[in-house]
Write a protein that binds this ligand. Structure first.
Ligand SMILES: O=C(O)CCC(=O)C1=CC=C[C@@H](O)[C@@H]1C(=O)O
Ligand SMILES: [Mg+2]
Length: 334
């Protein structure tokens, strides 16, 4: 099912989209988009990622443009609001961007900040959304076990749906899950799935109650479905801070999962201050639609990356293509 490299390069467009709010240390999101027989797809590993890891993202992008995709089981996906690790005064403005979302994910454990800032941010979200809202937090592995225990204890009074990646390693997740069980706050794994050599290990180790799945870093929709089946845990499909084209891949994945218990982290188009389409995949009434996204030419032109960044991405996609070709030619596939 792998197309020729030129099939990707011929339609490739590279964009640099400004973010409305600084997120995971970046203020601009770069992405390479290309078109296949299924429609447009996105290749957007973060710029610091190496080729071996990025090749998995390319596998996903190729599948979405050229592959045989499972048929959607639902036409819209409930999503959460995503609150970056901003000062408490900015929380209300951010929540307003997510129309109708009953769930919010709040980033915590930001380097250079302390527990007091996290508590203030989570408290503000609870006050603004009310007692019925679901609030989850994401520490991106930023706490050690003792810090995580203290923080979860302090934040539990705001009624947490789950804590995403409180600590970095699978071993630490096992331990923090054991220590906090009495508080009734489930543990979700994100980096321990998408950046692990074995994405199932965290489930087998009993280190998480929920898996966060992202289509691009896991190598696509069918590979993600295999992980879900093997892991046997409930999942949350989340974005990789993609453009609306990448979000359409995430929505497709969410649409083919037999049981979707949790709202998905696919509302992140609202964190961009510009997108590649004038019909962005933003939450409306708390959900996004399952559909293909065709970029608007005017926006591809308006947000085109500089010539040197475009060249960088074309070289990157070419190298990753070679990594995939080599992996598929040898018996041990990636
Ligand atoms: O899950 C969400 O609400 C939005 C997506 C999101 O939080 C992330 C997207 C991309 C990179 C990550 O740092 C981050 C995450 O850790 O889940
Ligand atoms: Mg996460």
């Amino acid at each position: 099912m792998r197309p020729e490299l030129n099939d990707l390069l011929d339609t490739a467009r590279v964009v640099a989209l400004p973010l409305a709010t600084r997120f995971r240390g970046i203020e601009e999101r770069e992405a390479l988009l290309f078109e296949g027989p299924n429609g447009w797809s996105e290749f957007s590993p973060f710029v610091e990622y190496g080729d071996a890891e990025s090749a998995t993202w390319l596998r996903a992008a190729i599948e979405f443009a050229f592959g045989d995709l499972p048929t959607p089981l639902r036409s819209s996906i409930p999503v959460n609001a995503t609150v970056p690790s901003v000062h408490v005064d900015r929380v209300a403005g951010i929540l307003k961007r997510f129309d109708g979302c009953r769930t919010a994910k709040v980033k915590v454990a930001e380097r250079g900040q302390g527990l007091a800032e996290d508590v203030a941010r989570v408290r503000a979200v609870r006050e603004l959304l009310g007692p019925e809202a679901r609030i989850r937090i994401d520490a991106n592995g930023g706490w050690n076990i003792d810090e995580a225990e203290r923080a979860i204890h302090a934040l539990a009074e705001y009624d947490l749906e789950y804590v995403e990646q409180p600590c970095a390693s699978v071993g630490e997740l096992v331990e923090i899950r054991r220590r906090t069980k009495y508080m009734g706050v489930p543990i979700a794994a994100d980096e321990s799935v998408r950046k692990a050599a074995d994405p199932i290990l965290v489930a087998r180790a009993g280190a998480a109650d929920i898996l966060v799945l992202k289509a691009q870093p896991l190598g696509g929709i069918r590979r993600s479905l295999d992980i879900i089946e093997e892991a046997g845990l409930p999942v949350v499909v989340s974005s990789a801070l993609d453009t609306s084209v990448g979000l359409s891949m995430g929505a497709w994945l969410a649409s083919v999962i037999p049981e979707l218990e949790y709202d998905c982290g696919l509302g992140t188009a609202s964190l961009l201050s510009a997108d590649v389409t004038d019909a962005p995949m933003q939450a409306s009434g708390g959900s996004i639609d399952v559909r293909r996204v065709t970029p608007t030419p005017r926006m591809l032109d308006g947000y085109a990356a500089s010539a040197s960044r475009r060249q960088w991405w074309l070289e990157r996609v070419s190298r990753c293509y070679e990594v995939l070709a080599e992996a598929d030619a040898s018996p041990a596939t990636m």
